[in-house]
Design a protein around this ligand. Structure first.
Ligand code: ADP
Ligand code: MG
Length: 637
């Protein structure tokens, strides 16, 4: 509890201690001869003002700022009305209970906020740099790119970089939700926000603090709350019109029925009877105001979304806004990229053959041509070559998306790519009997053999598809630029419902558009990719999901939902989290509005008074907030 909450708690306790006995004996006071009535009012005003002065002040401030109609206003009018009519007990009690509700709500909201920031506890506080053989702690913001920083066991890695000395295992669970430690050694990339568990590491930084993984993720999580979902927007609009309407309705209730009764039945020509009828209706109107206070709904909806986003990020699923949470819950079709999404994207060069020139030489040319590409294929070819790549030998590099690469190496025109690239260049090429992705290589427009590389299907891919089908996803379609036979075997092995092969990035967009047409009604389409050359598709789909985002800025930027590690099972989990969250929101809306309607009817019938109204209101709010907090717990979905 913070200081403000503590003060409020004390105000509530003291006011209650004063109020309860006063209320119990107040009947007696009235019968005491000569006890002045105003003294009784003053006695009740003490607890009333003690507990409610800030609400009254806020109501007046609201009026001054032109934002008249809010909960503070409703509460102030209702309680002052009750007191003015001589119902002192009710007036004070309503204010007291209302504040109990406020206290609970601010505590719960604060607590879940703190929970989430604790979960997302990846912000590094300092970096160690070596100065004259001694370690000095500095602000990570001051460390320049290329500096050497030292990370001791138990410390958080402050900036992204490459290990230059030492080996250790890292806990990346705050980033990825993955609890298995990750081994790193000299040459490994490390990401800020992970925790060094065993050995001392020396790391050369590769980013500034603002550009580091930890900062990017925190940015994303913080901004997520500002992208509102439809239901949140609906609620804020709702509140804007709702409260004034309620106030007008209360006014009508206070004036019209008594007038009608008066005119029709002509009750009481006497002063006293007239006042009695009127007072009764004004009290009803005050009860109506208390019942109408929209707090529970208004508070619980943003809280549910906030908790849902927080719970998801704790699992390594970053959702960029509550609007995406809503869309995600309606996903019925998922289109997948192949490489890096369903397969590992760690191609292994299996053979080099049909080559008239030396195999090693062929690989050397290919690796040099692929020198700059971030495509998984390029990485594998460079790895298979395994030697230093001299950039001075390479010129005129051009990557043709979905085809391959052309470049000049040692002045020789090298083309590395698939059938399409060869067709495009008009080079006759040979078929390959090996199953796998085939990279043809041509030197100076003469076919010079091919490199067969193979990719592995991710171990969880099959389970992931089963989970998605169980979650009600109807179509699972793979879109790939790879050859038909590779696509077919992968699709069959993993259990996809459909696949399209040999697509260029632009074809993938039109495929997604076709699939979008088939999504009628409330059905939504998601595209899952790795962010490498599929940014257009990610943005064209209803919702773009990027996998394996740790270390890939492209993916983090292009997608709406970012899965930090590359476990495909997280897709089903993300859908389940979003469904749970949306369900809780719906439950709260129905429950809160339902109870209000029942109370209104009871009040209109004269069964419920202000006591019932405030207890119902605070009760609904507490239950709705507790329900909303359930969105945080998504670990076992
Ligand atoms: P996927 O749909 O599997 O992610 P891409 O669209 O990234 O595939 O690439 C499609 C095909 O284009 C690859 O299978 C490969 O044959 C060829 N290709 C793309 N980029 C390169 C590259 N840098 N080097 C060689 N071949 C490439
Ligand atoms: Mg790809």
């Amino acid at each position: 509890m913070n200081k403000k909450q503590k003060t409020l708690l004390w105000r509530i306790i003291i006011a209650a201690i004063f109020f309860v006995p006063l209320y119990l004996i107040s009947e007696e006071f009235i019968h005491i001869e000569g006890f002045p009535h105003w003294a009784l009012i003053v006695l009740f005003l003490v607890p009333y003002l003690l507990v409610g002065h800030d609400i009254i002040r806020k109501a007046f401030q609201g009026i001054k700022n032109g934002q008249v109609f809010d909960e503070n206003f409703l509460m102030t009018i209702a309680t002052i009305g009750a007191i003015a009519l001589g119902e002192y007990g009710e007036g004070v009690a309503v204010m007291l209970l209302y504040q109990v509700g406020e206290l609970f709500q601010s505590y719960a909201v604060g607590k879940s906020r703190r929970n989430i920031t604790e979960l997302m506890d990846i912000r590094p506080d300092y970096a160690n740099i070596e100065e004259d053989g001694k370690l000095v702690q500095v602000d990570p913001d001051e460390v320049e790119v290329g500096s050497i920083i030292v990370i001791q066991p138990g410390e958080k890695i402050p900036l992204d970089g490459v290990v230059v000395e030492g080996s250790s295992s890292l806990n990346t669970s705050a980033l990825t939700g993955e609890s298995l430690p990750r081994k790193v050694e000299e040459g490994s990339e490390v990401f800020s926000g992970s925790i060094n568990m065993s050995g001392v590491l020396k790391v050369r930084t590769t980013t500034e603090f603002d550009e580091s993984t930890a900062s990017k993720i925190l940015d994303l999580v913080e901004n997520a709350a500002s992208r509102k979902s439809k239901s949140e927007n609906f609620i804020s609009k709702f509140a804007r019109y709702y409260t004034p309407i309620v106030c007008v309705a209360a006014l009508v209730l206070a004036i019209v029925p008594p007038l009608v009764i008066l005119l029709t039945s002509g009750v009481g020509t006497g002063h006293h009877a007239l006042w009695h009828v009127w007072k009764d209706w004004i009290l009803k109107a005050c009860t109506f105001l208390v019942i109408s206070c929209p707090c529970a709904v208004v508070i619980s909806i943003p809280l549910s979304f906030f908790a849902g986003l927080g719970g998801a990020s704790n699992q390594g699923i970053l959702i960029k806004g509550s609007n995406y949470l809503e869309t995600m819950s309606q996903v019925k079709t998922i289109a997948f990229d192949k490489t890096g999404t369903i397969t590992k994207g760690n191609f292994a060069v299996t053979t080099v053959h049909k080559s008239p020139i030396d195999e090693k030489k062929l690989l050397e040319y290919a690796a040099h041509a692929e020198a700059h590409s971030s495509h998984p294929i390029a990485r594998s070819v460079r790895e298979a070559y395994g030697k230093y790549i001299d950039m001075n030998r390479v010129a005129d590099l051009e990557e043709i998306s979905g085809h391959g690469i052309v470049a000049k190496v040692d002045g020789i025109a090298v083309a590395v790519g698939n059938d399409k690239l060869m067709d495009k260049l008009g080079i006759e090429h040979e078929e390959c009997e090996h199953v796998g992705t085939v990279l043809h290589v041509a030197l100076d427009n003469v076919y010079s053999g091919h490199i067969v590389i193979e990719d592995e299907i991710k171990p969880n891919a099959k389970e992931a598809m089963v989970a998605l089908k169980a979650a009600g996803v109807e179509k699972l379609v793979m879109l790939t630029g790879d050859a038909e036979n590779v696509a077919k075997s992968v699709a069959a092995e993993v259990g996809l419902t459909d696949y399209r092969a040999q697509l260029l990035p632009a074809d993938k967009v039109s495929c997604v558009e076709e699939l979008l047409k088939e999504c009628t009604g409330n059905k939504r389409l998601a595209f899952v990719g790795d962010g490498i050359n599929d940014a257009p598709v990610l943005s064209r789909a209803d919702i773009g999901i990027a996998m394996g985002a740790l270390g890939s800025d492209a993916a983090i930027e292009a997608a709406d939902v970012v899965l930090m590690d590359d476990d495909p099972k997280k897709i089903a989990k993300a859908i389940k989290i979003s469904r749970k969250c949306i369900n809780i929101v719906k439950q709260n809306i129905v429950f809160a509005l339902g109870v209000k309607v029942v109370c209104l009817i009871l009040a209109a019938l004269g069964i419920a008074n202000m006591w019932v109204a405030i207890i119902a209101d605070v009760g609904v709010m507490i239950l709705a907030v507790l329900n909303a907090i359930r969105c945080l717990f998504v670990k076992n979905l």
